[in-house]
Design a protein around this ligand. Structure first.
Ligand code: HEM
Length: 358
């Protein structure tokens, strides 16, 4: 293992892999961002079955394409929404979903192959082995959850002529698990790459650390609530800001019964909650920024706090634009990427404020 350890110390090795020998770099941010493309282009239900290996070969002949199209025609999305779709149009949405699935496999391999290689070469310390196993398990779980989510959009719902869509619960679980995977990879990388600051453990620093943790949790929750907005197309119910229509609190906020159902199933309530959480997040970040200015901090930590504030302002601006412009795909996709950028800044700050182990 000695020569391997020497090799492993090289910068290229360290930066090359999310869960590597010293897992230092996060997975490309394109991973979860890519997730939104099938939903935003409404192509996510075009492949109606799932095979780990077999589906990697796309249809080639006209006959194979027609057979694939016929399979799609058995499902609600075709029957209710796309009944006049032509084969070339189907090919487009099919390839969108296909590229998403292939991308998922590439991400899976980017975790699994280097993990196997570095494990085999004896490059991983025992604690790192645990982390690497957890990250690899999460990446596989993410794939399974993706199919579980798609299945909910393929189910026949008798008596429903509503546009077929995946369950908002499963979409939120899929996005949530992608965010956990991303955060865990980034955290592992940052904690190995960034040298710790030896900061005096004053009361104020302790409080700043707590604020940073709380704010990160709030940002995470806001992002998760965004998945419910997206899953229910709740971005299309009240396209005004700051009021919702003519009112601050809309009439139909608690229209569903029992009351709890509104939080996850009523588009008005889901949008209202996401607004409140978004505004609470920017308020928390601003308060954190002003509180941090009272404490002497290293330059890099200051940069993290300032970047957090800048990205939070951008993210809220993007959210409001998504709403006012009736959810155009490029703006909605940028808003989704923005949530990752924001989470990354919050994790960076938390990593800057890490306690030096005794
Ligand atoms: C810290 C602030 C915020 C974060 C982290 C955040 C995060 C997210 C996320 C992750 C999504 C799901 C995107 C998808 O799956 O495609 C989303 C959707 C959405 N957000 Fe936000 N958001 C924030 C603030 C806001 C604000 C202030 C508004 C408007 C007032 C807003 C409006 C929307 C809308 C309309 C959608 C639905 C877009 C769609 O259907 O694709 N967001 N948000």
């Amino acid at each position: 293992a000695a020569p391997c350890r020497a090799q492993c110390r090289s910068r290229q090795h360290r930066a090359a892999w999310p869960g590597g020998c010293r897992p230092s770099s996060p997975p490309p941010p394109a991973v979860p961002v890519r997730v939104s493309a099938p939903r935003l282009t409404e192509s996510g239900l075009s492949m109606v079955d799932w095979h780990l290996v077999k589906e990697m070969k796309p249809p080639r002949t006209q006959q194979e394409w027609e057979a694939e199209f016929q399979k799609y025609q058995q499902f609600p999305e075709f029957k209710i929404l796309n009944h006049d779709m032509t084969l070339p149009e189907f090919k487009f949405i099919w390839y969108m979903e296909y590229s998403h699935r292939m991308w998922g496999r590439a991400v899976g391999l980017a975790y699994l192959l280097p993990a196997a290689y570095f494990w085999h070469r004896g490059c991983l310390s025992p604690p790192l082995k645990g982390r690497v196993l957890a990250l690899c398990a999460l990446v596989c779980f993410q794939g399974l959850l993706g199919w579980y989510m798609v299945k909910s959009g393929l189910e026949e719902k008798p008596d429903s002529y509503d546009i077929p869509r995946v369950s908002q619960y499963r979409l939120a679980a899929h996005l949530g698990s992608a965010l956990v995977l991303y955060s865990a990879s980034l955290w592992t990388g940052l904690s190995l790459l960034l040298p710790l600051h030896k900061l005096p453990e004053t009361k104020q620093l302790l409080r700043l650390r707590q604020y940073a943790h709380g704010t990160t949790a709030l940002i995470f929750l806001t992002a998760l609530s965004g998945a419910f907005v997206a899953g229910l197309d709740a971005g299309l119910v009240y396209n005004s800001f700051p009021k919702m229509g003519e009112r601050w609190i809309p009439d139909d906020l608690l229209a569903f019964s029992p009351v709890l159902r509104n939080i996850f199933e009523n588009p008005t309530t889901v949008q209202f909650d996401h607004r409140i959480l978004g505004i609470a997040s920017i308020t928390a970040v601003t308060a954190l920024y002003f509180f941090s200015r009272k404490i002497p901090l290293p330059r890099r930590t200051r940069m993290a706090v300032t970047s957090l504030l800048a990205v939070a302002c951008m993210q809220v601006g993007l959210g409001i634009s998504t709403l006012l412009l009736y959810v155009p795909t490029p703006v909605a996709a940028t808003h989704q990427s923005g949530s990752l950028a924001l989470l990354s800044m919050a994790l960076w700050l938390m990593s800057e404020l890490r306690r030096v182990p005794k």
